[in-house]
Design a protein around this ligand. Structure first.
Ligand SMILES: [Ca+2]
Length: 254
């Protein structure tokens, strides 16, 4: 009975070990921030994020990138013609997150305003007054996420090597088009935008196959030992009348 209890205990410890290794598969994230001053249109910055470290016995199976920007825009128009004008503008801003020539996030946001009626020139090019107009828009939070990257080439880009423990990513927001218009013709216009940005990389990982095999092999071996011990125990118990005490003694004290 004591032997049986011991075996169950051993098997329980092994199972807990196996389950805990399985449960440690998961995700880890790293972030890098770009401040307001670094993100005034048009901007391109390079950031560095830690690559995934496989030395702890885990294998990288997926990478997700997030780019979160708080976009604040101010735009202004001024009619310089000697007659009334109806003014408008269109601004297209492209946000991108890339590794070398590989673009992981790329999207274009469109901002526009139309039907702005102003008087003939008011003599001061200040984007205000009767002939001028300006507006600062509420901060818009833009979140863009890459598709889950699982291709071997992508995983290799994000996996730590002896010579490289960080990945450099290019983060940018550039003007694709800026089209101010006025029906009267002559005009002045400006825009100014800030875009503080956070870039996040999330690694999905599992234990290395070699580690899983080692655990399974260990479990099978343990089970084998347990079964062998139980078989020996039964054998010696049934034949104890022959006085074969040494093997049983040894089995008890292994
Ligand atoms: Ca003015």
């Amino acid at each position: 009975m004591r032997r049986f209890t011991g075996n169950v205990l051993l098997l329980g410890i092994a199972l807990v070990l196996a389950i805990s290794v399985g449960a440690s598969a998961g995700t880890v994230s790293y972030t890098q921030s770009l401040s307001k001053d670094d993100t005034i249109l048009d901007w391109l910055n390079t950031i560095e994020l830690p690559k995934f470290d496989t030395s702890a016995g885990y294998q990288l199976i997926g990478v997700t990138l997030d780019m979160e920007s708080d976009f604040t825009l101010t735009a202004g128009l001024e009619n310089l013609a000697n007659k009334e004008s109806t003014m408008s503008y269109i601004l297209d801003v492209k946000r991108e997150l890339a590794f070398g020539t590989t673009s992981y996030i790329s999207n274009t946001k469109n901002y526009s305003e139309s039907g702005i009626d102003v008087t003939a020139r008011d003599g001061v090019t200040d984007f205000a007054g009767t002939a001028g107009w300006n507006n600062t828009y509420d901060t818009e939070t833009i979140v863009s996420t890459s598709a889950l990257l699982t291709a071997p080439a992508d995983l290799a880009n994000f996996t730590r090597t002896v010579n490289s423990d960080k990945i450099s990513l290019d983060v940018s927001a550039t003007t694709v088009s800026w089209l101010p218009k006025g029906t009267a013709g002559s005009k002045a216009a400006f825009y100014y935008a800030e875009m503080p940005t956070i870039v996040r990389v999330t690694y999905q990982f599992i234990p290395e196959p070699a580690g899983i095999i080692a655990i399974c092999t260990g479990l099978i071996s343990l089970l084998g030992i347990i079964l062998k011990r139980r078989a020996l125990n039964l054998y010696y118990s049934s034949d104890s009348c022959f006085g074969i005490l040494m093997p049983k003694y040894a089995a008890h004290h292994e």
